[in-house]
Design a protein around this ligand. Structure first.
Ligand SMILES: Cc1cc2nc3c(=O)[nH]c(=O)nc-3n(C[C@H](O)[C@H](O)[C@H](O)COP(=O)(O)OP(=O)(O)OC[C@H]3O[C@@H](n4cnc5c(N)ncnc54)[C@H](O)[C@@H]3O)c2cc1C
Length: 320
């Protein structure tokens, strides 16, 4: 069984989510290949060998510089035509979701999305997909090959195996209709500190902060710890913080080593996005808040008093 993993990259770096999916793929029997598509990406392909790919296909062409989906579908469709991949796996992102859906349509393959795990069974795969508001996990399958799967972001951690990959260039032939869309402008959200999905420490703020002006408390603690800031849907809906920081069922799935929730009630829709964090610390004034049912460490009290003190202590420790 040969598995191909779509290795997404931005700003010269392979995405952690794709490398995590690569690590998962190495747990099946059979060969694991990766594909890197872009312009000036040969080095990235070699790098992928350290994370478990035995072969990395590279489509390197100036026409692939912009992260647009259709040209990537062309490259993948040609690879599928020339190689008998049993599985093609993607880590969810805006780009990967478009590429996976486009490829499924182009090669008439089945795509299961929003998966949180996959197991090898009787020579095939069984995907695990949360349903009914994440209250159950259902088994999903495929009736034909290649099996296409899109995994929730942050589902698997990358594992550095230290291997090397055989890097194979593939010819780039783009369909006319795939080149009709062009990238007019790229903008980056201004942010300091680590990216939310990749952060090892996240400090999340909820409605308990009382207003957008108090997000500074959460930001100060995150900065002191070298972490990223997350938010609940209640606060992003209220316009207190950007949507890009929302964690949960309709936001991002994260799995940092440490998650500090400040004034977050711990609703199920928030929990599903952060429950696989290593250590969960909750600061909440209500001892009956649901978050205490799954927090590893709970502090009952007013966050406006506790969070600044905690920040000060962290700064003192780091300074000493
Ligand atoms: C379909 C659907 C999808 C959803 N998707 C998401 C999602 O992706 N992510 C998400 O987060 N939510 C999501 N929600 C919303 C979710 O149900 C909750 O409403 C939301 O998570 C609550 O946010 P919160 O914890 O900030 O606010 P609240 O539930 O209002 O909780 C605030 C908490 O702060 C505490 N508090 C108040 N003052 C203080 C203080 N001074 N000091 C300490 N603690 C204090 C309170 O005791 C309370 O526990 C979704 C809902 C639906 C229906």
């Amino acid at each position: 069984m040969t598995t191909l993993v779509f290795l997404e990259h931005h700003d010269g770096e392979l995405q952690k989510g794709s490398l995590g999916v690569l690590a998962k793929a190495t747990s099946f029997g059979g060969d694991v290949a990766g594909v890197v598509i872009g312009s000036g990406v040969h080095e990235l392909a070699e790098h992928a060998g350290r994370f478990g790919a035995s072969t990395v296909y590279v489509a390197d062409d100036a026409a692939l510089d912009a992260p647009l989906p259709q040209p990537r579908v062309d490259v993948l469709a040609a690879l599928v035509r020339d190689h008998a991949f049993a599985n093609i796996l993607f880590a969810a992102s805006v780009l990967a979701a478009d590429v996976a859906a486009g490829l499924a349509a182009r090669v008439e393959a089945g795509l299961n999305w929003d998966l949180v795990d996959v197991l090898e069974q009787d020579g095939g795969l069984v995907g695990k997909r949360p349903a009914l508001g994440d209250s159950v996990v259902v088994d999903v399958g495929w009736s034909t090959e290649p099996r296409l799967a899109l995994f929730r972001s942050g589902t698997f951690d990358p594992v550095e195996s230290g291997g090397t990959a055989q890097v194979e260039s593939v010819p780039v032939q783009l369909e006319e209709h795939s080149q009709l869309a062009t990238m007019v402008e790229r903008a980056h959200a201004e942010s300091e500190g680590p990216n939310l999905e990749e952060a090892e420490i996240i400090v999340a703020g909820g409605r308990g902060l009382g207003g957008p002006e108090n997000f500074g408390l959460v930001e100060d603690l995150a900065r002191a710890l070298g972490g990223a800031v997350g938010a609940t849907r209640a606060v992003v809906d209220a316009g207190w913080y950007p949507y890009s920081t929302q964690i949960g069922q309709t936001g991002k799935t994260v799995s940092p080593k440490l998650y500090i929730a400040c004034g977050v009630s711990g609703a199920i829709q928030h929990k599903v996005g952060m429950q696989s964090s290593g250590t969960i610390v909750a600061i909440n004034k209500d001892p009956n808040a649901p978050i205490f049912e799954f927090a590893d460490l709970g502090v009952v009290g007013d966050l406006h008093t506790i969070v600044p003190k905690l920040t000060e202590l962290v700064q003192q420790r780091r300074g000493s």
